[in-house]
Design a protein around this ligand. Sequence first.
Ligand SMILES: [Zn+2]
Length: 170
Amino acid sequence: MERQQDLQPPHGLEEILATFGDIYKYMHPDGSLDARWLREFFTLTPLPFPMALSWDKTRSVTQMTCHRSMAGVFADVFTRIQERGLESEIEAFGGCFAFRPQRTGTKLSTHCWGIAIDLNPQTNQQGTAGDMDAGLIEIFRNTGFEWGGDWEGRTRDPMHFQFCTGYKLF
Ligand SMILES: [Zn+2]
């Protein structure tokens, strides 16, 4: 599979908006998100191996909704994970794209752009040390992701990886 080298992780909100789209222009006054956001910027990308859903482990996902520009990056990450034989370290998929209606001006999670992913949430809750595999962390880092486990104190979020820097919100 082709390695995605061109896309650099943006730094800070302005660069995120410029790189992945100005989501605020797609939010209605009531804080809900227009369906055009998903239509214009998102794609369903296949995963090289299935992952159990964290909220229903009897089900697994073989594809994931993410930002269109991130399909190659995520494919790269999961291929590297598979090449290193670390699939079994992913116990559960906790989500990529997520949006909850927000008050206008609220700081949005990087999940709103489909550039973040949560893994093994049960054992990697916010504010805890967690038990994320060092090999997984290394692969995500080498592919341009920031790991929420590097954040300090209560913002520490070891389940979370995001393709940007200078913007902390899980
Ligand atoms: Zn997250």
